[in-house]
Design a protein around this ligand. Sequence first.
Ligand SMILES: Nc1ncnc2c1ncn2[C@@H]1O[C@H](COP(=O)(O)OP(=O)(O)OP(=O)(O)O)[C@@H](O)[C@H]1O
Ligand SMILES: [Mg+2]
Length: 329
Amino acid sequence: MALLTYSSTIPFSSSSSPSSLSSRRFPATPFRTHVSGPLNPWRFRSRLPRPHAPTRAKATLTVDSPATGDASSRNGPPRVLLEVKDLKAVIKESGQEILRGVNLTIHGGEVHAIMGKNGSGKSTFSKVLVGHQDYDVTGGSVLFKDQNLLEMEPEERSHVGLFMSFQTPVEIPGVSNFDFLLMAFNARRKNHGLPPVEPLEFYSLVTPKVASLNMNPKFLDRNVNEGFSGGEKKRNEILQLAVLEADLAILDEIDSGLDVDALQDVAKAVNGLLTPNNSVLIITHYQRLLECIKPSYVHIMEDGMIVRTGDVSLAEQLEREGYRGISMS
Ligand SMILES: Nc1ncnc2c1ncn2[C@@H]1O[C@H](COP(=O)(O)OP(=O)(O)OP(=O)(O)O)[C@@H](O)[C@H]1O
Ligand SMILES: [Mg+2]
């Protein structure tokens, strides 16, 4: 992974001179004292960096999103990242079936979009993929990079390269954004047998990413998502993705609540993270996001199944005609 490789050698930039940093940003202890118990990021959300991908260390971070599954531009067959077959899942508490047989295959370099009416199961699908505790899988299979995802704990899923931005990002009182990112970053390094990076070094790594998202650096000092506006939370999700990276990033309604400029910033950041080896699964209701992050495939989910797959023209038709105008088979 890029960050794992270059972080230990990244030079100190002038913008991150120690004198400009508040002591709050670099507390003597990693977390504020009113956080009880050992702070485990997995208590808050299912995402930590994936283990290894040294080949991405020099990845160009300025590519445009692929317009169509750009297998033709690669040498050799595209790598299958995710293979979902006939996935069924119920709500644990009630036993109600929500996913009724989802099939989806994602290759490296592809951008997939899932659209669908409210309540059709899009968020449930993404949460089941990351191992959310509210759901039980009752059938089907999910392979992620040839490994059985369904047998993994949520944190393991992240360790192997899955990232999810939740539709409603969680707040973490008492933990600053900076501390959270550093903790997650170092947890990944530990998982790879690497020593932790020091806060100052990490600061020099994270600040350019904050700048590229046009975020105020003060957001690093604020508690994770606490008091953030809807749009600020969404930007913050992408900051986490930019720092932690992933082979497959699932972005659930990352565009909701974003103003026009924020949408551009977020799309630019996501496009900048795309390489021929990784992939993004976007859940959205609006074609405007797909104009910025061009999908290889557009899927429509209905009643817990993917019932239509097409290209970007499907999203355009949806924009014009609504679901009433679209044949679901
Ligand atoms: N934990 C839960 N408890 C109760 N009902 C749930 C739970 N999770 C999902 N559901 C129900 O499952 C259905 C699918 O929900 P889901 O959030 O997946 O829809 P969605 O397609 O993401 O919708 P939207 O476009 O509005 O975000 C809904 O009827 C929802 O109320
Ligand atoms: Mg949803």
